[in-house]
Design a protein around this ligand. Sequence first.
Ligand SMILES: [Zn+2]
Length: 270
Amino acid sequence: MTVPVPPRDDADVPRFLTELGLPGIIDVHVHFLPESVLRKVWAFFDAAAEHYGMSWPVHYRRPEPERVAILQGLGVTAYAPLVYPHRPAMARWLTDWVTGFAAATPGAVPTATLFPEPDVADYLGAAVEAGARVVKVHVQVGGFDPRDPLLRPAWGLLADAGIPAVVHCGHGPVPGAHTGLDVFAEVLAAHPRLRVVLAHAGLPDFADALDLVGRHPHLHLDTTMVGTAFTEAFAPLPPDWASRLVDVADRVVFGSDFPNAPARLLGLSD
Ligand SMILES: [Zn+2]
């Protein structure tokens, strides 16, 4: 098999997909947020030198309709717009917002998010009932313990419904109070039917993440920002990563972190 020439720029991505024989891209890791929240997220990335010790230029900082159009132009035919709270009493509001966004936006699938709080099963159950197809869980930004007993009904509900959770629980780009694949492995052990996508392929613990995928048949990896020039600088992939991926190829999904990635969609550095 000949491998097509990688895209020169974003405009060249559809040509690349055609030559690969792919009808389009399904992106499991995209972010859309209410304007007020997005402004704060972008301000956080603008101060990334302070938070992460490196600059993080948000590549696609454009008005919402333009961001939707850019995804279409890249050949992204379906995507999960992910929202996540950094404090209690915010997940219900974000979930309601993204439900409306997905209903109004072709290509966007309905999603939901969660936080350990007494009404989590209530709003998550309602979102699942309304058709949510992916749930985002951000352990680092949320600062919560994924083993929190308040989350047990939420994990159970998702396992029963077979709805995947994209979980950012790795120590990268910076560790949180409850990050770590070993911590999240306890959730997987307690809910063996839970479908989970390890965001950023477990960055920076790529080898441990693959070990975990080997042990849990419903565990997946997303490729979000993995192997880009940006992440290779502080979280390089193990040399055997790509060859190990072959064994679990049906459990690897594409993610981009659009629009917040500090590089173009397919990882070309700027
Ligand atoms: Zn993300």
